[in-house]
Design a protein around this ligand. Structure first.
Ligand code: HEM
Length: 237
């Protein structure tokens, strides 16, 4: 293999994941310290609440299930999956059909959110370029994810590639210096998908995606002490 190909693979699948993790954690904590009141989604619901409801709900349901699927699929060793009867070919088919279902929900949702942001003048005018960047990256990563499963369905359903992706991710977390070499021979769709996926995590601290963190903590609202609201009793002049 050419030297340049090796260098590009090392940079994207060997170095970039660590850069992303460092920027994600240091950047998110830094933003919390420097600008705590921007640690939110900057919702535009107030400008229009009807159009956003369906798009945001479909997108979030899709993406939350995809996130859980990615974590379970990539971090569980194949021996454990085997013990539950999920051999690589079965794992691949489960991933194609459940992942495909939630990918389509998320894709419809993001399509509606993009149409709203571009089509509603009030929302468009109050948008920043980072809002469009985030939407474009998410659309691209979803489209590439769907290309991955279509490609897997028609070319190789043995599940050997998803075993490789798991080994790569676990290799990164166990600091295996040659983990990146596992990515040399996987299909191009997966290479592109993972690259764009990493870029999404890279921009989290600098965009409205920062609300991923506050979203995890939002169930605490259910158990928080009641807020005391006082009305100013001074008579108006
Ligand atoms: C670092 C980040 C990411 C990594 C390492 C990653 C990895 C993967 C892998 C290995 C697959 C399986 C491909 C195959 O079947 O061969 C996949 C599929 C997919 N990914 Fe990702 N991904 C990442 C981020 C994302 C993000 C941010 C989204 C959506 C917002 C996403 C959406 C999808 C979809 C829709 C599929 C196809 C359905 C499925 O397998 O669940 N991915 N991804």
């Amino acid at each position: 293999m050419e030297d340049l190909t090796l260098v590009i693979h090392f940079l994207i699948y060997g170095a970039l994941p660590y850069i992303v993790m460092a920027v994600l954690f240091v950047g998110s904590i830094g933003r919390f310290i420097l600008a705590p009141y921007t640690w939110k989604s900057q919702s535009s619901q107030i400008l229009d609440r009807h159009e956003i409801m369906w798009g945001a709900n479909l997108f979030h349901i899709g993406v939350i299930f995809l996130f859980c699927g990615h974590c379970a699929g990539l971090f569980t060793p194949p021996e454990v999956l085997d013990a539950f009867g999920l051999t690589p070919p079965i794992h691949q088919m489960v991933e194609i059909f459940t992942g495909g279902f939630f990918a389509i929900l998320a894709l419809i949702g993001i399509g509606m959110l993009i149409a709203r942001r571009l089509g509603n003048p009030r929302v468009r005018i109050s948008s920043r370029s980072s809002d469009f960047l985030v939407l474009a990256l998410i659309l691209l990563v979803l489209a590439l994810g769907i290309c991955c499963i279509i490609n897997a369905y028609f070319t190789d359903r043995s599940g050997k590639d998803i075993v490789i992706f798991g080994e790569w991710v676990r290799g990164l977390f166990t600091f295996n210096p040659s983990a990146w070499t596992l990515m040399l021979d996987v299909p191009i769709w997966q290479k592109l998908h993972i690259f764009v996926g990493l870029l999404i995590f890279l921009v989290v601290p600098f965009t409205r995606l920062i609300h991923i963190w506050s979203g995890y903590l939002s169930p605490l609202y259910l158990i928080r002490p009641p807020q005391i609201m006082r009305i100013n009793q001074k008579p108006m002049k």
